[in-house]
Design a protein around this ligand. Structure first.
Ligand code: HEC
Length: 397
């Protein structure tokens, strides 16, 4: 029992840290992108300054200047931005271990997709994470990233192909988390392995009284642009594990493909606007079309259900029987499933009254999607889902 309670609290504390660190990191990164785009040149500025910006915040005015590459002398004090990013990754990875690796049988594996042991799934997840990052890094270092449009399209197709593969190896929820973790890792590694080391080299050159290599600044900027466009998709993919209709429906990988395209398009709107150029309003048309497409795709139901295969309209007794045999071992006042000590999320499904009260929730997680049972661990059949869908759909009418 203690193991289960400790893991619940570890998950809360890590999630709290992860979200706060990510707000700090992404907040400052959005801020600097905005600042960079809004800098204006001015004849009175010191040598080596690209531009300046005036801002007002918290009751005071700020005048900010940006030196291209670096000032001629090392300033006495310098604020670095790196621990926000590192903490985001460290807490995120720890959270992934607690939720997805230590409970891989529930959240990473789905035996109806591929019959993996928890250890195999964990190993697959970790090694594909490392490999995908490595491929990205190699592509950047061999100069591929300099062809911006080609790299953007190639990178997009790479992520969609990975998503397709993951949804055929891991549970839908595990696959969504996996692609999000890969994108997040690429983003943090850009800070850790490129942006910060380059800044350190620039500082070292300044201290030695040499002019820093402008290439260092240029490569960092390139990675920072990648991060900028990856931010919106990674955030929605990270919270997608609370939305069964996204990750546990038939076309889940196409939904990710749309999200991966929509995020950068929406970001483009703000980048153009902050740069003082004409706002590309068409972006919202594309965003609306994409969102509507996701809505319809998510309504396609779970993978293995054949609708219209039922001979008669199901009764409540049919529903009760299915829920009792597939759900109540966990969702009961005293669960009998090993490792589950209290009814998950406080949801009881152990008698006619509680089942009736939770019909809508049951529909969302077990009829319109196959999020529950987690990893289909109690082997619910497509027919049973169709029975739930038919009964709950009729009730809603
Ligand atoms: C092996 C144990 C287990 C079985 C069997 C199981 N669940 Fe769950 N259920 C869980 C766990 C664990 C969670 C919490 C998931 C999380 O942390 O996101 C959960 C969460 C839920 C939620 C809340 C989802 C939310 O959005 O917060 C609902 C509703 C639910 N289950 C319904 C069902 C139904 C219906 C069935 C049967 C078809 C079922 N569960 C079978 C373990 C189980």
């Amino acid at each position: 029992m203690w193991g289960s309670i400790v893991s619940e609290w570890a998950s809360l504390l890590l999630r709290w840290l992860h979200v706060v660190a990510a707000i700090g990191w992404i907040g400052s990164s959005f801020y600097f992108i905005h600042l960079d785009l809004s800098l204006k040149p001015n004849a009175d500025l010191p040598d080596g300054v690209q531009g300046e910006a005036w801002q007002v915040h918290g009751g005071g005015f700020y005048r900010i200047m940006k030196y291209l590459v670096a000032p001629s002398q090392m300033p006495e004090e310098l604020t670095w931005f790196k621990w926000e990013a590192y903490t985001t990754w460290l807490s995120g990875f720890a959270l992934m271990v607690v939720v997805y690796y230590l409970e891989a049988d529930l959240f990473l594996v789905d035996k109806s997709i591929l019959d993996l042991t928890p250890a195999q799934a964990g190993l697959f997840s970790f090694s594909s994470l490392a490999l995908a990052w490595l491929l990205y890094e190699v592509a950047c270092r061999t100069g591929l990233a300099q062809r911006e449009l080609g790299f953007a399209i190639g990178g997009y197709l790479f992520l969609v192909a990975l998503t397709f593969a993951f949804t055929h190896v891991l549970s839908g929820r595990g696959a969504f988390n996996q692609i999000a973790a890969i994108i997040g890792t690429i983003m943090v590694a850009n800070v850790f392995a490129v942006i910060i080391p380059n800044q350190k080299k620039i500082v070292a050159a300044l201290i030695a009284g040499q002019a820093p290599d402008p290439k260092l600044g240029k490569t960092s900027k390139e990675r920072s642009v990648h991060n900028n466009y990856l931010t919106l998709p990674v955030v929605v993919l990270m919270i997608s594990n609370h939305y069964p209709l996204l990750y546990a429906t038939r076309f889940n990988w196409i939904i990710v493909a749309i999200i991966l395209a929509l995020g950068p398009v929406i970001r483009h709107f703000f980048n153009e606007r902050h740069a003082g150029r004409k706002s590309p309003w068409w972006v919202w048309g594309v965003a609306a079309a994409g969102t509507i497409a996701i809505l319809f795709l998510s309504a396609a139901g779970p993978r293995d259900v054949k609708t219209g295969a039922l001979s008669a309209q199901p009764t409540f007794a049919n529903v009760e029987e299915i829920v009792t045999s597939r759900c109540s071992m966990c969702h009961a006042a005293e669960p009998v499933w090993a490792g589950v000590v209290t009814a998950p999320k406080g949801i009881l499904l152990d008698g006619p009254e509680s089942i009736h009260r939770n019909l809508r929730l049951i529909g969302r997680v077990a009829a319109w999607s196959n999020a529950m049972p987690p990893g289909n661990i109690t082997e619910m059949t497509g027919e049973e889902r169709a029975v739930l869908a038919a009964y709950i759909g009729e009730q809603a009418r």
